[in-house]
Design a protein around this ligand. Structure first.
Ligand SMILES: [Zn+2]
Length: 400
């Protein structure tokens, strides 16, 4: 009867309480409930079986029966303890399932209204393009190619080229080969300087440090390489001085000198970072993959959007989400996601856009163009903050 019951904490406990406990072997078969049965199933040693056989039929001595009853009590206690432990675990485990059910909403696609996409095909194409761009950016070129082929996405060479070049140079940098990066930096020198980039200087510095690490026999080569620092003398005077100072310790060994920090391996990680950042900004690419940024932002925004969805459904105010490129409420994504400033018109309480830009009035107050147009009265405008009267045409557009 008990063996057929569903195994659970209750099963062991009730049978243990009833005092009819009998050992169960690994296959779950129950042995006989008698003391002899216990002995038979517990051991299969031939000598032990012979001894048990001799004991069969004879009454147990007082000591033996005391030991047996103590043993039985111990087993009973242990089983009870195991059963209650199991019950604890079982209830916690069953709670986990409920917690997952409660917190996991499988209906997340309903959060965004379909109206924000032009069409389903367009939506799919944008997603595929974002994935392909992400793969190119991460240097997974073959995976990106495969996806392009399988999704019949047409990615032209002009789009791929910058990623291919960046990856080739970055791979070389990871191998501590400065050649391709230096070549690239020299050919883009003017534009890098306009961006205030110190990439070329850092690459030359790393090459110089590598020569220093070669010891005294590389001294002449290092000195002649130092002429590459000449165009950067004004901007990086301090760093150049440090490098020249380190030459004094070349004979003693740079690693035992106050300049040992020059040999630090972190310079290589830094140059990869500098190169990625500066090359991306020169080529007009974002340093972080747009897909990663969107995904991370989505993870932050999703719970809020789910709540809004519930509220909208509850109050049946379906028209709230009417703007295509704007969420119905503002969601704080944290400093990490701050890319540029935004301006919300203090009059209309709307974020300004290209079609409704912020306008600075001659008194210094800023309002949106739509608000300005609404406030014009008889060809004159009265600032809503200070009562200065002015010509609406004097307002100037501000670009953040
Ligand atoms: Zn004003």
């Amino acid at each position: 009867m008990t063996a057929r019951r569903k195994p659970g904490p209750g099963a062991e406990q009730s049978s243990a309480r009833a005092g009819s406990w009998s050992p169960t072997d690994s296959q779950g078969r129950r042995g006989a409930a008698s003391a002899g049965g216990v002995a038979r199933t517990q051991t299969s040693h031939p000598r032990a079986t012979r001894r048990v056989g001799a004991l069969q039929g004879t009454p147990l001595s007082a000591t033996l029966s005391l030991v047996m009853s103590q043993c039985c009590r111990k087993i009973k206690d242990t089983v009870q303890k195991l059963a209650s432990d199991h019950k604890d675990i079982h209830s916690s485990v069953s709670r986990v399932g409920k917690a997952i059910d409660r917190n996991f909403d499988s209906e997340i696609c309903g959060v965004v209204s379909d109206a924000v996409w032009d069409s389903r095909e367009k939506q799919q194409q944008i997603l595929q393009m974002a994935i392909v761009e992400h793969l190119y950016q991460q240097g997974m070129l073959s995976v990106a190619e495969e996806l392009c082929q399988e999704s019949t996405l047409n990615v032209d060479l002009d789009f791929k080229q910058p990623f291919l070049e960046l990856n080739r140079i970055l791979e070389a940098l990871h191998e501590q080969d400065l050649g391709p990066a230096l070549e690239w930096a020299v050919s883009h020198r003017q534009r890098l300087l306009e961006l205030n980039s110190s990439l070329e200087f850092k690459l030359h510095r790393l090459h110089f440090i590598r020569l220093l690490a070669g010891g005294p026999e590389k001294q002449l080569e290092a000195l002649s390489y130092a002429r590459h620092f000449q165009p950067f003398a004004r901007l990086h005077q301090r760093e150049i001085q440090v490098m020249m100072g380190s030459l004094v310790y070349l004979r003693l060994g740079l690693e035992k000198s106050p300049y040992c920090h020059l040999l630090d391996n972190s310079h290589w990680a830094e140059i990869c970072e500098t190169f990625t950042r500066d090359a991306c900004s020169l080529l007009g690419l974002s340093v972080e993959s747009p897909l990663s940024v969107s995904f991370a932002s989505g993870c932050v925004a999703l719970p809020v959007l789910m709540n809004i969805k519930a509220v909208i459904e509850q109050r049946q105010c379906t028209g709230v989400w009417s703007h295509k490129d704007e969420l119905p409420i503002e969601i704080e994504l944290g400093m990490k996601c701050w890319y540029h400033s935004v301006f919300a018109c203090p009059i209309l309480r709307q974020q300004t856009s290209d079609s409704n830009p912020p306008i600075k009035l001659i008194c210094g107050h800023v309002i949106s163009r739509d608000a300005l147009n609404k406030l014009i009265n008889g060809g004159k405008l009265k600032c809503p903050y200070c009562p200065m009267e002015q010509n609406p045409a004097d307002g100037k557009r501000i670009i953040f």
